[in-house]
Write a protein that binds this ligand. Structure first.
Ligand code: SAM
Length: 264
């Protein structure tokens, strides 16, 4: 996967390429990353990349000519790449979109600044993507978010063969609760089953934990695919246990719900 970021601030990407999973993915040839300065495509002695908005108003708008030249040069270098404009007005980025983008050969990520880019550049991009309903100062952080999420999905990018498959959202479910040492932290013990060495029981506990925390934190995900029969059994059993707790007027404290869920 070839990532090309078009930006006025290419220096922001040096630490991004140089750490953790992204760095290892570059070293093992799974991805390449380059940040291209849009200013290099601006003509004239001052290489101006922005101008006042037509119609008046505050702020500056990124000029179309340098952006168009930068996009065309990036497409020439990687003809199979998808061109994505980062924009708060785009389709909201999520795991299915990350999965779709991970299927491609490359991504050209166009970062806006100021009041945004001249509308006419839109005809040169394949998609407009937002990382959420808020306004950032520039598209660079959004580009990093997308590259990070996409890289995790590429074969071999994560250490464990199946880590990404078990991550939250992979199967319209959140991931199960995680614990590490010490076995008791500030009075809160690790669920006993995780210390048992019984792999079957641990797998069942994790499944239950994942399902119940999805119900508690993101019930909308449960509607995105039908429940498997084992999942409906878990949920029914859990509801019965909750009903028992409520009727016995013994309300659960943190970590005492079935599946080790605290309801956070
Ligand atoms: N005036 C624009 C508007 O209200 O739609 C916002 C411009 S914003 C200050 C500057 C740039 O940051 C945008 O062109 C875009 O590239 C990037 N950006 C801001 N918010 C974003 C978001 N939620 N997702 C992706 N990119 C974003």
């Amino acid at each position: 996967m070839r990532f090309t970021v078009l930006t006025l601030f290419p220096e922001l990407f040096a630490p991004f390429w140089d750490h953790s999973i992204i760095r290892r993915a570059i070293e093992s040839g799974i991805i390449t990353g380059s940040a291209v300065n849009i200013r290099d495509f601006a003509v004239g002695r001052h290489q101006v990349t922005d101008d006042r908005p037509y119609g008046g108003g505050c702020g500056m708008v990124m000029k179309p000519e340098p952006l168009a030249a930068a996009i065309r040069a990036a497409k020439d270098r990687c003809p199979g790449a998808e061109t994505v404009l980062l924009s708060p007005q785009g389709k909201v980025f999520d795991q299915p979109l990350a999965e779709a983008l991970a299927q491609g050969e490359g991504l050209i990520l166009v970062c806006g600044r100021y009041e945004g880019i001249d509308e006419r550049v839109g005809s040169l991009v394949d998609a407009e993507v937002s990382i959420g309903d808020y306004v950032l100062t520039g598209g660079e952080v959004a580009a990093m978010v997308i590259m990070d999420a996409v890289t995790r999905l590429l074969p071999g990018a994560l250490g464990g063969a199946d880590s990404a498959e078990k991550d939250s959202f992979a199967d319209h479910r959140l991931e199960h609760a995680q614990y590490t040492r010490p076995p008791i932290f500030e009075g809160q013990p690790v669920p006993e089953v995780l210390l048992s060495g019984d792999h079957g029981a641990i797998a069942r506990w994790r499944r239950e934990s994942a399902l119940i925390r999805t119900l508690l934190k993101r019930p909308d995900l449960l509607r995105q695919r039908p429940l498997e029969s084992e999942e409906s059994r878990i949920l029914k059993r859990w509801l019965v246990e909750i009903q028992d707790l409520v009727t016995s007027e013994h309300l659960p404290g943190a970590g005492s719900l079935p599946g080790g869920e605290s309801g956070r």
